[in-house]
Design a protein around this ligand. Structure first.
Ligand SMILES: [Zn+2]
Length: 290
């Protein structure tokens, strides 16, 4: 593809991501409060409850123009709004550039990666404020991951020993679904194992059932190698964030979902490089089973 076209798509995806991020902000506000998408129909200022004008609802830009204040009551607007919008835009652009352009995966795979990033952003933002990841994200995500495995088996291509099932059944899509199921089980059980280990060794509950479901969902989307990598990146991010917090504010309660999510996003961006290290393990499994 010509460089101009690539640059155009990347720019377009950044803008699309900012607009999608604006919708994610609505979910982040409404899901934990049990509000449907039509209550109220339009977004309102949480301080004065006046509806937000359409021209004050432009992602990132409106926040800057308004100086982080509501036009009507001058009540403060949370930094979360432009952050979520800008981050979604940035990740849309970066993931397309890395996976779509550099690695060369298909548009179907890139689309699924972008959808997963949306789920992770909403889940993390809610987890940071409420210390829960809603089932709307986890359960929907898990089912979505299994459906994606069936519909886009290329997400799991090369995932030995699953290709053996194709030989048995002759159904390529079934391989994707099986790889997806193994990923979901692997991801969930890995968190359960380390949560129990942590509880025994440190006598402290570090991870919750929400994290189990989150990693099961990631395994369903991208397979077991993916979750192993993402799971072991998370504590490094967690330490970078947690140690200053512990020292400065004596804060011990910390949601783990956002760190697992950062681990997952890093793994989406550098997937082929990071999972390479796990290939010997996979060949061993293929030899044993094949
Ligand atoms: Zn207001």
């Amino acid at each position: 593809m010509p460089a101009v076209t690539t640059a155009f798509i990347i720019g377009w995806l950044f803008i699309l991501g900012c607009v999608v991020g604006s919708f994610l902000n609505v979910l982040i506000w409404r899901l934990p409060r049990g509000l449907g998408m039509d209550q109220p129909r339009r977004s309102i200022c949480p301080h004065c409850e006046k509806p937000i004008r359409w021209y004050d609802n432009v992602p990132v830009a409106s926040f800057l123009v308004l100086g982080a204040r509501c036009r009507d009551c001058t009540g403060p607007i949370s930094w979360r709004y432009p952050l979520v919008e800008g981050l979604t835009g940035l990740l849309f652009a970066v993931i397309y550039w890395r996976q779509g352009v550099q690695v060369g995966v298909g548009a179907d795979q890139v689309t699924i990666m972008l959808l997963v990033v949306c789920l992770l952003i909403v889940g993390s933002a809610i987890d940071m404020e409420w210390l829960i990841i809603p089932d709307e994200i986890n359960v929907f995500g898990l089912l979505g991951g299994l459906a994606a495995g069936f519909m886009v088996p290329s997400l799991h291509v090369g995932a030995a020993p699953y290709h053996t099932f194709e030989v048995l059944t002759g159904i390529y899509r079934l391989d994707g679904l099986i790889a997806s199921l193994i990923g979901a089980l692997g991801g969930g059980l890995m968190v359960v194992f380390f949560a129990i280990l942590g509880a025994v060794v440190f006598r402290k509950e570090a991870m919750g059932f929400g994290d189990v479901k989150l990693m099961a969902m990631m395994g369903a989307f991208f397979g077991w190698k993916f979750v192993v990598v993402a799971f072991f990146i998370a504590p490094f991010v967690g330490l970078l964030y947690g140690i200053p917090l512990l020292v400065l504010r004596d804060e011990h309660v910390m949601p783990y979902g956002p760190f697992l999510s950062i681990g997952a996003v890093v793994t989406i961006i550098f997937r082929s490089e990071l999972t390479l290290y796990l290939e010997p393990l996979e060949h061993l499994a293929a030899t044993l089973l094949g």
